[in-house]
Design a protein around this ligand. Structure first.
Ligand SMILES: Cc1cc2nc3c(=O)[nH]c(=O)nc-3n(C[C@H](O)[C@H](O)[C@H](O)COP(=O)(O)OP(=O)(O)OC[C@H]3O[C@@H](n4cnc5c(N)ncnc54)[C@H](O)[C@@H]3O)c2cc1C
Length: 376
């Protein structure tokens, strides 16, 4: 079953097994998932659940497994488009630091020791970006691209970037403007300028589809988590039903002024260069390189898209951002089919002009909806 509807009995069962029934949202006709993706593209889910603890995740996964319900997991939805599914797990309520005694501490109250911390996966990396859906229309709140240093640092206060700044820790400042959660950033091994998320991740704690806790250490540079360019083992088929509960992070001592200056610099630069509106950032992987092998750059997808003359392509509510053509923008009306068709067109044009096949960076949930762009 993956109709985007869930029976009242199943929804009641869901409320019974989680600690706080108010963390479950259910509608007879399903819930519009467009509001959970920063590009505003999605089908419907039977229910959306915001787990409040590791125990909640275990209970939800066991229920889905026993009842054959389809579920998918989201962080901030900044790299994701959705089809129809039964249950969406929204991890954004799990956003605290887990201290040495297992207590949950709000990010702003953490006292740092050696720069190592265990964070629940729904904590924000730095910037937040969300959209609201009001009577079928999107409202895109002002993005946090503040004009002053003070307002930028204030906007980071409940995020990993804010924590790093407060405790003079380095390793996150280039990533602070990426609108994802710590979990999504780990799974995607996000990168900006010189920093990769994989460089600061030491270990991850997952819950398997059968509800078992699985701990994967990095153990040696990029070894077990297989971090590569926009890649980690958590994207591979063996881990796709797992939920990432927590991430152990290691930051290095730095100078607070340098950290602050860099956070401000990158926020201003990205605010100037990135297109504004409904997007998931780069739809195609920008670079054809592998971080494991030292980063030999072969191509840039934005240049190939320009070469194939697709940088002013626009169809059915999807427009290529001329300023940065790896971003596809939704004018508000685009559907999942429109989005996939636009990707296919751009992919095929680039392939026929340059011979290079662009790889999708955006994630499709459920994964089975991921188009095979090379099949036509
Ligand atoms: C304006 C803009 C700029 C961007 N700039 C950059 C950039 O500079 N560099 C870059 O690398 N990326 C960039 N991105 C892409 C995106 O922000 C990152 O990939 C981000 O880290 C995704 O995090 P998220 O929490 O939003 O993940 P989501 O989009 O919610 O999820 C991404 C994938 O991870 C899975 N997932 C998320 N959390 C969990 C969990 N806890 N357990 C199991 N699975 C989970 C989802 O199922 C999905 O497959 C940008 C996006 C936008 C909109």
């Amino acid at each position: 079953m993956s109709s985007g509807k869930l029976s009242l009995t199943a929804a009641n069962h869901l409320c019974d097994i989680v600690n706080n029934p108010q963390s479950v949202t259910w509608r007879v006709s399903g819930i519009d998932l467009r509001q959970f993706s920063t590009i505003g593209i999605g089908g419907r889910a039977g229910a959306v659940v915001r787990p409040q603890s590791e125990e909640d995740i275990v209970a939800i996964l066991k229920l889905c497994n026993d009842a054959g319900l389809t579920y998918c997991t989201k962080g901030n939805g900044s790299n994701t488009v959705y089809g129809d599914l039964d249950i969406l797990l929204d991890m954004t309520s799990l956003n605290k630091v887990i201290d040495g005694s297992g207590n949950l501490v709000p990010i702003g109250d953490v006292e740092m020791g050696d720069g190592t911390l265990l964070l629940q996966s729904g904590a924000l990396l730095g910037r937040s970006q969300s959209i609201n859906l009001v009577s079928d229309n999107f409202v895109v709140p002002n993005l946090v691209h503040p004009h002053t240093l003070e307002s930028l640092m204030f906007s980071y206060r409940n995020s990993l970037a804010g924590l790093a700044y407060k405790h003079s820790l380095s390793g996150i400042e280039d990533l602070a403007d990426i609108p994802g959660t710590v979990g999504g950033a780990t799974i995607m091994n996000v990168q900006a300028y010189q920093q990769f998320m994989g460089n600061i991740v030491d270990e991850v704690i997952l819950i398997s589809p059968k509800g078992k806790r699985v701990v994967i250490p990095k153990s040696g540079r990029f070894k077990n988590l297989r971090f590569g360019y926009r890649h980690s083992i958590l994207q591979e088929s063996g881990y796709q039903g797992h939920v990432l509960y927590a991430v152990k992070i290691s930051l290095n001592p730095g100078k607070q002024k340098d950290i602050q200056d860099r956070m401000y610099e990158q926020a201003i630069e990205r605010g100037r260069n990135h297109p504004k509106g409904l997007s998931v950032g780069s739809v195609f992987k920008l670079r054809g390189y592998d971080a494991d092998k030292g980063g030999a750059i072969d191509f840039r997808a934005d240049e190939l898209i320009r070469q194939a003359k697709c940088d002013d392509y626009s169809v059915n509510g999807i427009t290529v951002a001329k300023q940065y053509p790896v971003f596809l923008m939704n004018s508000g009306s685009a559907t999942l089919t429109d989005f996939i068709n636009a990707m296919q067109y751009i992919h095929d044009q680039v392939k026929s002009v340059t011979g290079i096949s662009l790889k999708p960076e955006v994630k499709f949930l459920p994964y089975s909806l991921t188009p095979d762009l090379n099949s036509t």
